[in-house]
Write a protein that binds this ligand. Structure first.
Ligand code: AMP
Length: 114
């Protein structure tokens, strides 16, 4: 599938739509999901234009992939959900029911203080 720039995460990266940012790295952006499904629900997206996880792994540079993966762990630490527990989800394809066609990972978790 071709990447289509007419998606909401592309607009968030280009700051034409505002969002509640948690953390920003050289190659990733993390922000709160607009309709949270857990006490902590953060989305982590690469700044590059990739449709889904497979596209990202096949097309991104090793530097982008490493920065993105380490970024996920930095968000987990920042949101203090390491002890409380969390799930990492990346939806893709028909079964995955991906809505926004820009690669993203959901972090769903709960801090022990919540
Ligand atoms: P997915 O089904 O994996 O594509 O999920 C897309 C996610 O993006 C959903 O959980 C939405 O609530 C979230 N979302 C859509 N628009 C925004 C936005 N403007 N800011 C933050 N999250 C959003």
């Amino acid at each position: 599938m071709q990447y289509d720039k007419n998606n909401v995460f592309y607009k968030i990266i280009n700051k034409t739509i505002k969002t509640n940012i948690v953390l920003e790295g050289e190659h990733f952006l993390a922000f709160h999901d607009i309709t949270p499904k857990a006490p902590v629900h953060v989305l982590v997206i690469p700044k590059g234009c990739y449709v889904d996880y497979r596209d990202f792994i096949e097309s991104a540079t090793d530097e982008e992939i490493l920065d993105f993966q380490k970024g996920i762990q930095k968000v987990i630490d920042k949101m203090k959900i390491r002890e409380g527990g969390y799930r990492l989800i990346s939806n893709s394809g028909k079964f995955g029911q991906q809505e926004v066609m820009h690669m993203h990972v959901h972090i769903l978790g709960k801090s022990i203080d919540d």
